[in-house]
Design a protein around this ligand. Structure first.
Ligand code: XMP
Length: 517
């Protein structure tokens, strides 16, 4: 992406940094998140159109607070400081920052004295979201205060000569209703971005990069999971090197109903990819025998996955590369940096990543994309809609959706219940409205009526979980129709032998997690 118009976001540790990036990209402007002290010289090698300094929890006057290279203000690219970013910009350029008499948090009225630059196209008063404990108490003579609130006289600033702006509030959050306009004004009017970043170009660049790295006699292995990220990765690599891509799909026996058939039909039959299926269900089940602790399950599955993958990969000749569907949030969470190649494995997923000891060089065409961008890229590449919009499925699969020991009969039962749930949600139009939907098996008997008597024998509880979320870090349970729940419950109880009770999970994250284990 080195040659495309780029806005650099310097991350001072704010909780909204990823959101800033999302807002920039919504304007079809490419941006990347950098470590706060990234040298100006490094940024100057890019086609830099602007800089955004994020918020952060520190105080600029504290020893050890993160700082930027002061030379970034001399690059000529416009700068927008947000919260901590504004305080830092003001301080570096001669102003003063100190603790506010009281922390300001929440929605406040902003009065605009100078409706120009980033504040152009706004009414004289608007509502903005604040979250700060420090304030800019004095600006250098070169600065003008553009807006104020009741408690914050310097709530937005601009430099008189240079294209440097700052806002004390957070334009990137939805609680600032006109924040989108402020971001747009900065990107389009101040930075002069064209807003022409397109998925077609992202695909073309990724393809060219892979072609440049992989020699004509070399092969690339791609671990397919059936999920969106690995599917889009495989599609890009195939576009780059055709049948020198070899996909490996590990059937760990912990998959959903007909998953293996779906992967085969899509990738082998439809896309004509070379697909090797490691039929490893039996060894995974053996490794899970007697294991009830969730983390032990994950560890056992992780170990088996690596072994099964390694065994299959060994038989692929001339395979120097491994293509992996690492996406941008994984890279950011595992320690960002412009050259952050340290983040080679999906770090927050302890299953599904492969260790570097396997000895492959990594190809990660999605490492700078957010999930919805990956989906849009998938559509650009012609992947089927159902695949592109699939809900995420955890690497350890149904094993973490069975409370207690994982056994074949329990897997069969859960698979059947889950298939009914997904079928009915899809038919009722709910599947696409939620972020994740699945069934959980709780092998605890509750009383049921069998014939004329009460019975506790061999009956299980199935819990249905539907969540809505944008980032999977927080999630709400879904207020789904009772009609749909009723139908799902009736069908599961009637059609799945061994289930006499269905419950709906009405807990949000936090404190509950999305998965039950
Ligand atoms: P939790 O349960 O932590 O889930 O709220 C957040 C998201 O992560 C998925 N998840 C996993 N994915 N390996 C994975 O690949 C795992 O061990 C794992 N645990 C949770 C979960 O399905 C949800 O989308």
């Amino acid at each position: 992406m080195a040659d495309c118009e780029t806005v650099a976001i310097l991350d001072f540790g704010g909780q909204y940094t990823q959101l800033i990036a999302r807002r920039v990209r919504e304007n079809r402007v490419y941006c990347e998140i950098f470590a706060p002290a990234v040298p100006a010289a490094e940024l100057s090698r890019r086609n830099l159109k602007g800089l955004i300094l994020s918020g952060g929890p520190a105080s600029v006057y504290e020893p050890g607070a993160p700082r930027c290279d002061p030379a970034i203000f001399d690059l000529g690219a416009p700068v927008l400081g947000i919260c901590y970013g504004m305080q830092l910009a003001c301080e570096v350029l001669g102003g003063e920052v100190s603790a506010a008499p009281a922390r300001e948090y929440g929605r406040v009225r902003l009065r605009i004295r100078e409706p120009s630059g980033i504040l152009a196209h706004l009414p004289a008063e608007t509502s903005v979201w604040m979250s700060h404990g420090d304030v800019v108490t004095r600006v250098a003579d070169d600065f003008v205060a553009m807006a104020e609130t009741d408690t914050c006289p310097i709530a937005a600033v601009r430099h008189r000569q240079r294209p440097v702006f700052g806002v004390q509030f957070h334009p990137e959050v939805t609680h600032t209703p006109l924040g989108g306009q402020i971001m747009r004004s900065f990107l389009m009017d101040v930075c002069g971005c064209r807003g022409d970043w397109r998925m077609e170009d992202v695909a073309a660049r990724a393809v060219a990069e892979i072609q440049a790295r992989v020699a004509p006699d070399e092969r690339v292995i791609c671990g397919l999971s059936g999920g969106v990220d690995s599917s889009v990765t495989a599609a890009i690599v195939q576009r780059a090197i055709g049948d020198r891509l070899v996909c490996i799909f590990v059937d760990n026996g912990l998959l959903r109903h007909q998953e293996r058939e779906l992967v085969r039909a899509t990738f082998q039959d439809h896309f004509g990819m070379q697909l090797r299926v490691a039929d490893a269900g039996r060894r995974f089940l053996a490794a899970l025998a007697g294991v009830t602790d969730p983390q032990q399950k994950r560890l056992a599955i992780g170990r088996e996955f690596i072994e099964a993958f390694r065994a299959e990969a060994r038989s692929v000749p001339n395979a120097r590369f491994l293509a992996q569907g690492t996406i941008y949030p994984d890279v950011i969470e595992s320690g960002h940096g412009p050259s952050g190649h340290a983040a080679t494995i999906k770090a927050h997923h302890n299953v599904g990543g492969l260790p570097s000891e396997l000895g492959f060089e990594l190809i990660e065409p999605l490492r700078l994309l957010f999930k919805d961008e990956v989906r849009s890229l998938g559509e650009t590449l012609g992947l089927p809609r159902d695949l592109v919009w699939r809900h995420p499925f955890p690497g350890p699969g149904l094993a973490v959706r069975i409370m207690g020991e994982v056994t074949e009969p329990r897997l069969e039962l859960l698979r059947a219940a889950d298939a009914i749930l997904l079928e009915e949600l899809t038919a009722a139009g709910w599947y696409d409205k939620v972020a994740q939907a699945f069934a959980v098996l709780v092998p605890v008997s509750s009383v049921g009526v069998m014939g004329d008597g009460r019975s506790y024998e061999g009956q299980n509880l199935v819990v249905v979980r539907l969540v809505e979320t944008t980032d999977f870090m927080t999630a709400d349970w879904v207020h789904v129709d009772y009609e749909v729940l009723g139908l799902v419950s009736r069908r599961i109880i009637n059609e799945v032998k061994g289930v006499n009770r269905v419950a709906y999970d009405v807990s949000s994250k936090p404190p509950a997690t999305i998965e039950w284990q």
